[in-house]
Write a protein that binds this ligand. Structure first.
Ligand code: ATP
Ligand code: MG
Length: 563
Protein backbone atom coordinates (compact mmCIF):
# COMPACT_ATOMS: atom_id res chain seq x y z
CA UNK A 1 0.00 0.00 0.00
CA UNK A 2 1.27 3.43 -0.85
CA UNK A 3 2.07 5.85 1.91
CA UNK A 4 -0.61 8.49 2.47
CA UNK A 5 0.43 11.87 1.08
CA UNK A 6 2.30 14.19 3.43
CA UNK A 7 -0.18 16.55 5.04
CA UNK A 8 0.23 20.16 3.92
CA UNK A 9 2.05 22.19 6.60
CA UNK A 10 -0.59 23.23 9.11
CA UNK A 11 -1.26 26.93 9.63
CA UNK A 12 -0.50 26.46 13.34
CA UNK A 13 3.11 25.70 12.54
CA UNK A 14 3.68 29.26 11.29
CA UNK A 15 5.22 31.69 13.75
CA UNK A 16 3.38 34.96 14.37
CA UNK A 17 5.45 36.88 11.83
CA UNK A 18 4.85 34.33 9.08
CA UNK A 19 1.17 34.29 9.97
CA UNK A 20 0.96 38.04 9.45
CA UNK A 21 2.84 37.82 6.17
CA UNK A 22 0.75 34.86 4.98
CA UNK A 23 -2.43 36.82 5.73
CA UNK A 24 -1.14 39.91 3.91
CA UNK A 25 -0.29 37.80 0.88
CA UNK A 26 -3.63 36.00 0.99
CA UNK A 27 -5.63 39.23 1.31
CA UNK A 28 -3.63 40.87 -1.44
CA UNK A 29 -2.48 43.71 0.81
CA UNK A 30 1.03 42.78 -0.29
CA UNK A 31 1.34 40.26 -3.12
CA UNK A 32 4.91 39.55 -1.99
CA UNK A 33 6.73 40.65 1.15
CA UNK A 34 9.72 42.94 1.00
CA UNK A 35 11.90 42.76 4.10
CA UNK A 36 15.24 44.24 5.01
CA UNK A 37 18.18 43.49 7.25
CA UNK A 38 19.41 46.84 8.57
CA UNK A 39 22.72 46.52 10.44
CA UNK A 40 24.56 49.50 11.79
CA UNK A 41 28.15 49.05 10.56
CA UNK A 42 29.66 49.71 13.98
CA UNK A 43 30.96 46.20 14.64
CA UNK A 44 30.88 42.62 13.39
CA UNK A 45 27.61 40.71 13.27
CA UNK A 46 26.88 38.19 16.01
CA UNK A 47 24.69 35.12 16.25
CA UNK A 48 21.73 37.31 17.31
CA UNK A 49 22.00 39.06 13.96
CA UNK A 50 22.06 35.63 12.33
CA UNK A 51 18.60 35.02 13.77
CA UNK A 52 17.38 38.30 12.29
CA UNK A 53 19.02 37.54 8.91
CA UNK A 54 17.48 34.06 8.76
CA UNK A 55 14.09 35.53 9.63
CA UNK A 56 14.15 38.41 7.15
CA UNK A 57 15.60 36.45 4.24
CA UNK A 58 13.69 33.30 5.17
CA UNK A 59 10.27 34.96 5.25
CA UNK A 60 10.86 36.70 1.93
CA UNK A 61 12.05 33.49 0.26
CA UNK A 62 9.13 31.46 1.55
CA UNK A 63 6.54 33.95 0.31
CA UNK A 64 8.14 34.85 -3.00
CA UNK A 65 9.40 38.26 -1.94
CA UNK A 66 12.83 39.81 -1.55
CA UNK A 67 15.15 41.15 1.11
CA UNK A 68 17.26 44.28 1.08
CA UNK A 69 20.56 44.68 2.84
CA UNK A 70 20.59 48.21 4.20
CA UNK A 71 23.39 49.74 6.17
CA UNK A 72 21.97 51.96 8.85
CA UNK A 73 24.89 54.34 8.55
CA UNK A 74 23.64 57.38 10.42
CA UNK A 75 26.48 57.65 12.95
CA UNK A 76 29.78 58.23 11.11
CA UNK A 77 31.85 58.43 14.30
CA UNK A 78 31.43 54.71 15.00
CA UNK A 79 31.11 53.25 11.53
CA UNK A 80 33.88 51.81 9.41
CA UNK A 81 34.41 50.21 6.01
CA UNK A 82 35.90 47.12 7.69
CA UNK A 83 32.55 46.50 9.36
CA UNK A 84 30.62 47.03 6.13
CA UNK A 85 32.80 44.45 4.36
CA UNK A 86 32.53 41.92 7.17
CA UNK A 87 28.73 42.25 7.30
CA UNK A 88 28.40 41.54 3.58
CA UNK A 89 30.71 38.55 3.88
CA UNK A 90 28.75 37.17 6.83
CA UNK A 91 25.33 37.49 5.21
CA UNK A 92 26.62 35.76 2.07
CA UNK A 93 28.30 33.05 4.08
CA UNK A 94 25.02 32.37 5.88
CA UNK A 95 23.67 31.58 2.43
CA UNK A 96 21.61 34.65 1.60
CA UNK A 97 21.66 36.99 -1.33
CA UNK A 98 20.33 40.53 -1.51
CA UNK A 99 20.89 40.62 -5.27
CA UNK A 100 20.98 44.23 -6.45
CA UNK A 101 19.20 45.44 -3.34
CA UNK A 102 22.11 46.87 -1.42
CA UNK A 103 21.25 50.20 0.20
CA UNK A 104 22.43 52.67 2.78
CA UNK A 105 20.41 55.01 4.96
CA UNK A 106 22.88 57.59 3.64
CA UNK A 107 21.47 57.05 0.12
CA UNK A 108 18.43 58.92 1.43
CA UNK A 109 20.10 61.82 3.23
CA UNK A 110 18.84 64.33 0.63
CA UNK A 111 15.29 63.05 0.77
CA UNK A 112 15.33 62.84 4.56
CA UNK A 113 16.55 66.41 4.79
CA UNK A 114 13.85 67.61 2.42
CA UNK A 115 11.16 65.87 4.46
CA UNK A 116 12.58 67.34 7.65
CA UNK A 117 12.18 70.84 6.16
CA UNK A 118 8.63 69.88 5.27
CA UNK A 119 7.89 69.00 8.89
CA UNK A 120 9.38 72.34 9.96
CA UNK A 121 7.12 74.10 7.47
CA UNK A 122 4.11 72.24 8.78
CA UNK A 123 5.00 73.37 12.29
CA UNK A 124 5.79 69.76 13.24
CA UNK A 125 9.51 70.16 13.92
CA UNK A 126 11.67 72.80 15.59
CA UNK A 127 15.25 73.67 16.30
CA UNK A 128 16.15 73.36 19.95
CA UNK A 129 19.16 75.02 21.61
CA UNK A 130 19.00 73.03 24.84
CA UNK A 131 22.07 70.94 25.58
CA UNK A 132 21.87 67.15 25.44
CA UNK A 133 21.79 67.05 29.23
CA UNK A 134 18.98 69.59 29.40
CA UNK A 135 16.98 67.73 26.80
CA UNK A 136 17.28 64.60 28.90
CA UNK A 137 16.24 66.48 32.01
CA UNK A 138 13.25 68.13 30.29
CA UNK A 139 12.12 64.82 28.89
CA UNK A 140 10.69 63.69 32.23
CA UNK A 141 10.42 60.08 33.35
CA UNK A 142 8.05 57.16 33.02
CA UNK A 143 5.98 58.60 35.88
CA UNK A 144 6.40 62.34 35.24
CA UNK A 145 5.50 64.21 32.07
CA UNK A 146 8.18 66.15 30.25
CA UNK A 147 8.61 69.94 30.17
CA UNK A 148 8.47 71.99 27.01
CA UNK A 149 11.71 73.50 25.83
CA UNK A 150 11.72 77.33 25.84
CA UNK A 151 12.61 77.05 22.11
CA UNK A 152 9.59 74.91 21.26
CA UNK A 153 7.50 77.82 20.00
CA UNK A 154 9.90 79.38 17.54
CA UNK A 155 8.27 80.54 14.33
CA UNK A 156 8.43 78.41 11.21
CA UNK A 157 10.68 81.04 9.59
CA UNK A 158 13.14 81.03 12.46
CA UNK A 159 13.21 77.22 12.57
CA UNK A 160 13.75 76.96 8.85
CA UNK A 161 16.55 79.52 8.95
CA UNK A 162 18.30 77.79 11.86
CA UNK A 163 17.89 74.30 10.40
CA UNK A 164 19.35 75.45 7.07
CA UNK A 165 22.27 77.03 8.88
CA UNK A 166 22.77 73.82 10.87
CA UNK A 167 23.06 72.02 7.56
CA UNK A 168 25.50 74.61 6.21
CA UNK A 169 27.81 74.01 9.12
CA UNK A 170 27.45 77.33 10.92
CA UNK A 171 27.21 75.76 14.39
CA UNK A 172 29.51 73.50 16.36
CA UNK A 173 28.71 69.90 17.31
CA UNK A 174 25.95 69.64 19.87
CA UNK A 175 24.95 73.32 19.69
CA UNK A 176 21.46 72.63 18.37
CA UNK A 177 19.20 69.78 17.30
CA UNK A 178 16.10 69.42 15.21
CA UNK A 179 13.22 67.84 17.12
CA UNK A 180 9.83 66.58 16.05
CA UNK A 181 7.04 68.53 17.75
CA UNK A 182 4.74 65.85 19.10
CA UNK A 183 3.75 65.78 22.77
CA UNK A 184 5.93 66.43 25.82
CA UNK A 185 3.24 64.93 28.06
CA UNK A 186 2.86 61.68 26.14
CA UNK A 187 2.98 58.58 28.32
CA UNK A 188 5.34 57.21 25.65
CA UNK A 189 8.68 58.91 26.16
CA UNK A 190 9.60 58.28 22.53
CA UNK A 191 6.90 60.74 21.51
CA UNK A 192 8.22 63.56 23.73
CA UNK A 193 9.66 65.59 20.88
CA UNK A 194 12.30 63.10 19.73
CA UNK A 195 15.51 64.33 18.17
CA UNK A 196 15.55 64.08 14.38
CA UNK A 197 18.92 65.66 13.54
CA UNK A 198 22.09 66.36 15.43
CA UNK A 199 25.15 68.34 14.39
CA UNK A 200 28.23 66.24 13.83
CA UNK A 201 31.20 67.55 11.90
CA UNK A 202 32.48 64.13 10.88
CA UNK A 203 33.26 62.57 7.54
CA UNK A 204 31.10 59.69 6.52
CA UNK A 205 32.26 56.49 4.74
CA UNK A 206 29.68 57.06 1.97
CA UNK A 207 28.92 60.79 1.84
CA UNK A 208 32.34 62.03 2.90
CA UNK A 209 32.11 65.66 4.07
CA UNK A 210 28.83 66.49 2.41
CA UNK A 211 26.90 66.50 5.66
CA UNK A 212 27.53 67.89 9.12
CA UNK A 213 24.07 67.03 10.43
CA UNK A 214 22.96 63.42 10.69
CA UNK A 215 19.49 61.95 11.17
CA UNK A 216 18.58 59.88 14.20
CA UNK A 217 17.76 56.18 13.87
CA UNK A 218 14.09 56.84 14.64
CA UNK A 219 13.76 59.42 11.92
CA UNK A 220 15.85 57.63 9.29
CA UNK A 221 14.64 54.10 9.72
CA UNK A 222 10.94 54.13 8.86
CA UNK A 223 11.42 56.62 6.03
CA UNK A 224 14.15 54.41 4.53
CA UNK A 225 11.73 51.49 4.78
CA UNK A 226 9.06 53.53 3.00
CA UNK A 227 11.41 54.67 0.23
CA UNK A 228 12.45 51.07 -0.46
CA UNK A 229 8.90 49.75 -0.38
CA UNK A 230 9.55 47.52 2.61
CA UNK A 231 6.28 45.84 3.60
CA UNK A 232 7.24 44.21 6.90
CA UNK A 233 9.90 45.94 8.96
CA UNK A 234 10.99 43.29 11.44
CA UNK A 235 12.93 44.33 14.51
CA UNK A 236 13.58 43.30 18.08
CA UNK A 237 11.24 43.98 21.00
CA UNK A 238 13.10 46.98 22.37
CA UNK A 239 11.68 48.92 19.42
CA UNK A 240 8.08 48.17 20.36
CA UNK A 241 7.75 51.53 22.18
CA UNK A 242 9.22 53.26 19.14
CA UNK A 243 6.48 51.99 16.86
CA UNK A 244 4.08 54.93 17.54
CA UNK A 245 6.90 57.25 16.47
CA UNK A 246 7.64 55.10 13.42
CA UNK A 247 3.97 55.44 12.47
CA UNK A 248 3.87 59.18 13.28
CA UNK A 249 6.58 60.01 10.76
CA UNK A 250 5.01 57.80 8.10
CA UNK A 251 1.66 59.51 8.71
CA UNK A 252 2.96 63.07 8.50
CA UNK A 253 5.25 62.71 5.51
CA UNK A 254 4.45 62.16 1.80
CA UNK A 255 6.23 58.81 1.79
CA UNK A 256 5.79 56.54 -1.25
CA UNK A 257 4.66 53.46 0.71
CA UNK A 258 3.35 52.42 4.11
CA UNK A 259 5.60 49.90 5.82
CA UNK A 260 4.63 48.38 9.15
CA UNK A 261 6.94 47.49 11.98
CA UNK A 262 6.69 44.15 13.81
CA UNK A 263 8.75 43.20 16.83
CA UNK A 264 10.09 39.80 17.87
CA UNK A 265 12.18 38.61 20.82
CA UNK A 266 15.92 38.98 20.40
CA UNK A 267 18.15 35.95 20.68
CA UNK A 268 19.86 35.46 24.00
CA UNK A 269 22.18 32.52 24.65
CA UNK A 270 23.62 31.06 27.82
CA UNK A 271 27.35 31.65 28.36
CA UNK A 272 27.18 34.43 25.80
CA UNK A 273 26.93 38.21 25.62
CA UNK A 274 25.40 39.57 22.43
CA UNK A 275 26.25 43.23 22.33
CA UNK A 276 28.49 44.77 19.72
CA UNK A 277 29.68 47.32 22.21
CA UNK A 278 30.88 44.68 24.65
CA UNK A 279 32.41 42.56 21.88
CA UNK A 280 34.28 45.65 20.67
CA UNK A 281 35.63 46.06 24.18
CA UNK A 282 36.95 42.48 24.21
CA UNK A 283 38.72 43.19 20.93
CA UNK A 284 40.09 46.57 21.98
CA UNK A 285 41.36 45.29 25.31
CA UNK A 286 43.07 42.32 23.68
CA UNK A 287 41.04 39.72 25.58
CA UNK A 288 40.56 37.74 22.38
CA UNK A 289 42.36 37.18 19.06
CA UNK A 290 40.13 39.71 17.32
CA UNK A 291 36.52 39.94 16.11
CA UNK A 292 36.82 36.47 14.59
CA UNK A 293 38.35 34.78 17.61
CA UNK A 294 36.81 31.29 17.69
CA UNK A 295 35.37 32.06 21.14
CA UNK A 296 33.52 35.14 19.95
CA UNK A 297 29.77 34.80 19.32
CA UNK A 298 30.30 36.78 16.12
CA UNK A 299 29.37 35.09 12.86
CA UNK A 300 33.00 35.37 11.77
CA UNK A 301 34.14 33.84 15.08
CA UNK A 302 31.74 30.92 14.79
CA UNK A 303 32.86 30.41 11.20
CA UNK A 304 36.52 30.37 12.23
CA UNK A 305 35.65 27.96 15.01
CA UNK A 306 34.17 25.65 12.39
CA UNK A 307 30.43 26.11 12.80
CA UNK A 308 28.77 25.39 9.43
CA UNK A 309 26.35 28.01 8.11
CA UNK A 310 23.80 25.24 7.76
CA UNK A 311 23.92 24.66 11.52
CA UNK A 312 23.18 28.33 12.22
CA UNK A 313 20.24 28.22 9.82
CA UNK A 314 18.96 25.03 11.41
CA UNK A 315 19.29 26.61 14.83
CA UNK A 316 17.36 29.70 13.77
CA UNK A 317 14.62 27.49 12.43
CA UNK A 318 14.58 25.30 15.52
CA UNK A 319 14.24 28.17 18.01
CA UNK A 320 11.70 30.01 15.88
CA UNK A 321 10.49 33.55 16.54
CA UNK A 322 8.28 34.61 19.37
CA UNK A 323 6.98 37.71 21.04
CA UNK A 324 8.34 36.83 24.47
CA UNK A 325 11.94 37.14 25.65
CA UNK A 326 13.70 33.91 26.55
CA UNK A 327 17.21 32.55 26.83
CA UNK A 328 18.30 29.71 24.57
CA UNK A 329 20.84 27.15 25.64
CA UNK A 330 24.24 27.33 24.00
CA UNK A 331 24.14 23.53 24.02
CA UNK A 332 21.14 23.67 21.67
CA UNK A 333 23.25 25.56 19.15
CA UNK A 334 26.07 23.03 19.55
CA UNK A 335 23.53 20.26 18.99
CA UNK A 336 22.81 21.61 15.50
CA UNK A 337 26.53 21.97 14.83
CA UNK A 338 27.11 18.31 15.71
CA UNK A 339 24.13 17.27 13.66
CA UNK A 340 25.60 18.84 10.53
CA UNK A 341 29.22 17.89 11.23
CA UNK A 342 28.37 14.28 12.00
CA UNK A 343 26.94 13.93 8.51
CA UNK A 344 29.56 15.92 6.67
CA UNK A 345 32.94 15.69 8.41
CA UNK A 346 35.50 13.12 7.35
CA UNK A 347 37.06 11.19 10.23
CA UNK A 348 40.75 11.56 10.81
CA UNK A 349 43.16 10.59 13.55
CA UNK A 350 45.05 13.04 15.72
CA UNK A 351 46.86 12.55 19.00
CA UNK A 352 46.84 15.56 21.28
CA UNK A 353 48.96 14.36 24.21
CA UNK A 354 51.15 11.68 22.67
CA UNK A 355 52.50 8.58 24.40
CA UNK A 356 54.98 6.46 22.46
CA UNK A 357 54.17 2.81 21.81
CA UNK A 358 56.83 0.41 20.48
CA UNK A 359 55.56 -2.86 19.01
CA UNK A 360 58.41 -5.16 19.94
CA UNK A 361 57.35 -7.99 17.59
CA UNK A 362 56.66 -5.75 14.57
CA UNK A 363 59.43 -5.85 11.94
CA UNK A 364 61.70 -2.84 12.10
CA UNK A 365 61.44 -0.68 8.98
CA UNK A 366 58.15 -2.21 7.83
CA UNK A 367 55.32 0.12 6.87
CA UNK A 368 51.77 -0.97 6.08
CA UNK A 369 49.02 1.08 4.53
CA UNK A 370 45.92 0.56 6.64
CA UNK A 371 42.61 1.25 4.99
CA UNK A 372 40.40 3.36 7.25
CA UNK A 373 36.80 4.44 6.61
CA UNK A 374 36.21 8.16 6.17
CA UNK A 375 32.73 8.45 7.62
CA UNK A 376 30.55 5.69 9.05
CA UNK A 377 27.53 7.99 8.54
CA UNK A 378 28.27 8.34 4.86
CA UNK A 379 29.52 5.25 2.96
CA UNK A 380 30.07 7.38 -0.14
CA UNK A 381 32.84 9.18 1.76
CA UNK A 382 35.05 6.16 1.00
CA UNK A 383 38.27 5.13 2.72
CA UNK A 384 41.84 6.35 2.97
CA UNK A 385 45.21 4.78 3.64
CA UNK A 386 46.98 5.52 6.92
CA UNK A 387 50.57 4.37 7.43
CA UNK A 388 51.25 1.91 10.27
CA UNK A 389 54.70 1.10 11.64
CA UNK A 390 56.60 -0.22 14.62
CA UNK A 391 56.54 3.00 16.62
CA UNK A 392 53.20 4.64 17.24
CA UNK A 393 51.60 7.52 19.08
CA UNK A 394 48.54 6.90 21.18
CA UNK A 395 46.67 9.38 23.38
CA UNK A 396 48.35 9.74 26.76
CA UNK A 397 45.14 9.38 28.72
CA UNK A 398 44.28 6.13 26.92
CA UNK A 399 46.80 4.40 29.19
CA UNK A 400 46.82 3.98 32.96
CA UNK A 401 49.43 1.99 34.78
CA UNK A 402 47.06 1.28 37.64
CA UNK A 403 43.56 1.48 36.13
CA UNK A 404 40.42 1.86 38.22
CA UNK A 405 37.61 -0.64 37.68
CA UNK A 406 35.76 1.17 34.91
CA UNK A 407 38.81 2.03 32.84
CA UNK A 408 38.82 -0.31 29.83
CA UNK A 409 41.56 1.24 27.76
CA UNK A 410 45.22 0.24 27.73
CA UNK A 411 46.95 -0.98 30.91
CA UNK A 412 49.78 -3.41 31.66
CA UNK A 413 48.88 -6.90 30.45
CA UNK A 414 45.73 -5.69 28.69
CA UNK A 415 44.75 -5.97 25.02
CA UNK A 416 43.02 -3.18 23.06
CA UNK A 417 42.17 -2.59 19.41
CA UNK A 418 43.88 0.06 17.34
CA UNK A 419 41.23 1.47 15.01
CA UNK A 420 41.14 -0.52 11.72
CA UNK A 421 44.64 -1.92 12.40
CA UNK A 422 45.61 -4.56 14.99
CA UNK A 423 45.04 -5.67 18.56
CA UNK A 424 47.97 -4.80 20.80
CA UNK A 425 48.84 -5.92 24.33
CA UNK A 426 50.86 -3.87 26.78
CA UNK A 427 53.83 -5.87 28.02
CA UNK A 428 55.76 -3.22 29.89
CA UNK A 429 56.33 0.49 30.56
CA UNK A 430 59.41 2.69 30.42
CA UNK A 431 59.65 5.62 32.82
CA UNK A 432 61.79 8.71 32.98
CA UNK A 433 63.85 9.79 36.01
CA UNK A 434 60.78 11.46 37.53
CA UNK A 435 58.82 8.23 37.36
CA UNK A 436 56.61 9.39 34.45
CA UNK A 437 55.61 6.74 31.92
CA UNK A 438 57.23 7.84 28.64
CA UNK A 439 56.90 4.74 26.50
CA UNK A 440 54.93 1.51 26.30
CA UNK A 441 56.34 -1.80 25.16
CA UNK A 442 53.59 -3.72 23.41
CA UNK A 443 53.13 -6.73 21.16
CA UNK A 444 50.68 -6.88 18.27
CA UNK A 445 48.71 -9.86 16.99
CA UNK A 446 49.32 -10.18 13.21
CA UNK A 447 46.12 -12.24 12.91
CA UNK A 448 43.95 -9.24 13.86
CA UNK A 449 44.78 -7.06 10.84
CA UNK A 450 41.82 -4.84 9.97
CA UNK A 451 40.64 -4.82 13.58
CA UNK A 452 39.04 -8.21 14.14
CA UNK A 453 40.29 -11.53 15.46
CA UNK A 454 39.70 -14.91 13.76
CA UNK A 455 38.75 -16.39 17.13
CA UNK A 456 36.10 -13.72 17.62
CA UNK A 457 37.60 -12.15 20.76
CA UNK A 458 36.91 -8.44 21.03
CA UNK A 459 38.73 -5.97 23.28
CA UNK A 460 36.58 -3.50 25.19
CA UNK A 461 38.38 -0.44 23.85
CA UNK A 462 39.34 0.84 20.42
CA UNK A 463 42.02 3.54 20.37
CA UNK A 464 43.10 6.00 17.72
CA UNK A 465 46.77 6.02 16.78
CA UNK A 466 49.39 7.41 14.43
CA UNK A 467 52.64 6.08 13.08
CA UNK A 468 55.24 8.17 14.93
CA UNK A 469 57.48 8.34 11.88
CA UNK A 470 54.72 9.57 9.55
CA UNK A 471 52.75 11.80 11.89
CA UNK A 472 52.89 15.56 11.32
CA UNK A 473 53.26 18.11 14.09
CA UNK A 474 50.28 20.38 14.70
CA UNK A 475 48.97 22.98 17.08
CA UNK A 476 45.51 22.34 18.42
CA UNK A 477 43.43 24.99 20.17
CA UNK A 478 40.81 23.64 22.50
CA UNK A 479 37.89 26.01 22.97
CA UNK A 480 35.31 26.17 25.66
CA UNK A 481 32.69 28.76 26.69
CA UNK A 482 33.97 32.32 26.67
CA UNK A 483 32.23 32.91 30.00
CA UNK A 484 32.53 30.82 33.13
CA UNK A 485 28.86 31.20 33.97
CA UNK A 486 25.67 30.65 32.03
CA UNK A 487 24.38 34.12 32.92
CA UNK A 488 27.37 36.45 32.57
CA UNK A 489 26.93 39.76 34.32
CA UNK A 490 23.96 38.56 36.38
CA UNK A 491 25.72 39.72 39.55
CA UNK A 492 25.68 43.23 38.19
CA UNK A 493 29.46 43.29 38.27
CA UNK A 494 31.89 43.81 35.41
CA UNK A 495 31.27 41.31 32.62
CA UNK A 496 35.02 40.87 32.21
CA UNK A 497 35.16 39.29 35.66
CA UNK A 498 32.97 36.47 34.37
CA UNK A 499 35.26 35.57 31.46
CA UNK A 500 36.38 31.96 31.72
CA UNK A 501 40.11 31.41 32.25
CA UNK A 502 39.69 28.05 30.48
CA UNK A 503 38.09 29.34 27.29
CA UNK A 504 41.18 28.55 25.23
CA UNK A 505 43.84 25.91 25.78
CA UNK A 506 46.66 25.71 23.25
CA UNK A 507 48.15 22.24 22.71
CA UNK A 508 51.45 22.67 20.89
CA UNK A 509 52.76 19.11 20.79
CA UNK A 510 49.96 17.38 18.90
CA UNK A 511 50.38 14.95 15.97
CA UNK A 512 48.04 14.46 13.03
CA UNK A 513 47.69 12.21 9.99
CA UNK A 514 49.94 13.24 7.07
CA UNK A 515 46.87 14.06 4.97
CA UNK A 516 45.98 16.90 7.35
CA UNK A 517 48.85 19.16 6.35
CA UNK A 518 48.34 21.88 3.74
CA UNK A 519 44.55 21.97 3.86
CA UNK A 520 42.82 25.31 3.33
CA UNK A 521 41.62 27.24 6.38
CA UNK A 522 38.06 26.32 7.23
CA UNK A 523 38.41 22.62 6.36
CA UNK A 524 36.43 20.60 8.90
CA UNK A 525 37.20 17.11 10.18
CA UNK A 526 36.32 14.89 13.07
CA UNK A 527 39.32 13.76 15.08
CA UNK A 528 38.22 10.30 16.11
CA UNK A 529 37.16 10.16 19.73
CA UNK A 530 38.18 13.79 20.32
CA UNK A 531 35.69 16.07 18.64
CA UNK A 532 35.13 18.19 15.55
CA UNK A 533 37.98 20.40 14.43
CA UNK A 534 38.58 23.03 11.80
CA UNK A 535 41.75 24.25 10.11
CA UNK A 536 42.58 27.72 11.41
CA UNK A 537 43.85 30.55 9.25
CA UNK A 538 46.99 30.72 11.39
CA UNK A 539 48.16 27.44 9.78
CA UNK A 540 51.36 27.42 7.75
CA UNK A 541 52.34 25.13 4.87
CA UNK A 542 54.33 22.95 7.30
CA UNK A 543 52.38 23.20 10.50
CA UNK A 544 48.61 23.19 10.64
CA UNK A 545 46.62 24.78 13.45
CA UNK A 546 43.29 23.24 14.36
CA UNK A 547 40.44 24.75 16.36
CA UNK A 548 38.16 22.49 18.32
CA UNK A 549 34.70 23.36 17.06
CA UNK A 550 32.83 21.21 19.53
CA UNK A 551 33.37 18.01 21.48
CA UNK A 552 31.60 14.79 20.52
CA UNK A 553 29.42 14.54 23.59
CA UNK A 554 25.98 16.01 23.01
CA UNK A 555 24.94 17.47 26.33
CA UNK A 556 21.83 18.96 24.76
CA UNK A 557 20.44 15.67 23.45
CA UNK A 558 21.06 14.13 26.87
CA UNK A 559 19.22 16.95 28.60
CA UNK A 560 16.28 16.58 26.23
CA UNK A 561 16.13 12.84 26.80
CA UNK A 562 15.87 13.41 30.55
CA UNK A 563 13.13 16.04 30.28
P1 ATP B 1 23.86 45.17 19.47
O1 ATP B 1 22.83 45.45 20.50
O2 ATP B 1 24.50 43.85 19.59
O3 ATP B 1 24.85 46.26 19.29
P2 ATP B 1 22.17 46.18 17.46
O4 ATP B 1 20.74 45.86 17.63
O5 ATP B 1 22.61 47.53 17.86
O6 ATP B 1 23.05 45.05 18.13
P3 ATP B 1 22.02 46.53 14.66
O7 ATP B 1 23.14 46.54 13.70
O8 ATP B 1 21.30 47.77 14.93
O9 ATP B 1 22.63 45.94 16.00
O10 ATP B 1 21.02 45.35 14.32
C1 ATP B 1 20.61 44.96 13.03
C2 ATP B 1 19.38 44.10 13.17
O11 ATP B 1 19.66 42.94 13.93
C3 ATP B 1 18.27 44.84 13.89
O12 ATP B 1 17.07 44.65 13.16
C4 ATP B 1 18.22 44.20 15.23
O13 ATP B 1 16.92 44.23 15.75
C5 ATP B 1 18.71 42.78 14.95
N1 ATP B 1 19.33 42.19 16.13
C6 ATP B 1 20.31 42.70 16.88
N2 ATP B 1 20.59 41.89 17.93
C7 ATP B 1 19.75 40.83 17.84
C8 ATP B 1 19.54 39.65 18.63
N3 ATP B 1 20.23 39.40 19.73
N4 ATP B 1 18.58 38.78 18.21
C9 ATP B 1 17.87 39.01 17.10
N5 ATP B 1 18.02 40.10 16.32
C10 ATP B 1 18.95 41.01 16.68
MG1 MG C 1 21.75 49.32 17.14
Amino acid sequence: MANPPEPAPAEETLDFIREIVAEDVRSGRHPAPVTRFPPEPNGYLHVGHAKSICLNFGVAQEFGGRTHLRFDDTNPTKEEQEYIDSIKEDVRWLGFDWGKHLYHASDYFDQLYEWAELLVQKGLAYVDDLTADQIREYRGTLTEPGKESPFRHRTVEENLDLFRRMRKGEFPDGARVLRAKIDMASPNINLRDPVMYRILHASHPMTDDEWCIYPSYDYAHGQSDAIEGITHSLCTLEFEDHRPLYDWFIEHLPVPSRPRQYEFARLSLTYTVLSKRFLLRLVNEGRVRGWDDPRMPTISGLRRRGFPAEALRQFAERIGVAKRESVNEYAALEHEVRDVLNRTSPRRMAVLRPLRVVLTNYPEGQVEEIEVGNNPEDPSAGTRKVPFARELWIEGDDFLEDPPKKFFRLAPGREVRLRAAYFITCQGVIKDAAGQVVELRCTYDPATRGGSAPDGRSPKATLHWLSARHAQAAEVRLYDHLFARADPGADGGDLLADLSPKSEEVVTGAWVEPSLVGLPAGTRVQFERLGYFCVDRDSTAERPVFNRTVTLRDTWAKLQAKR
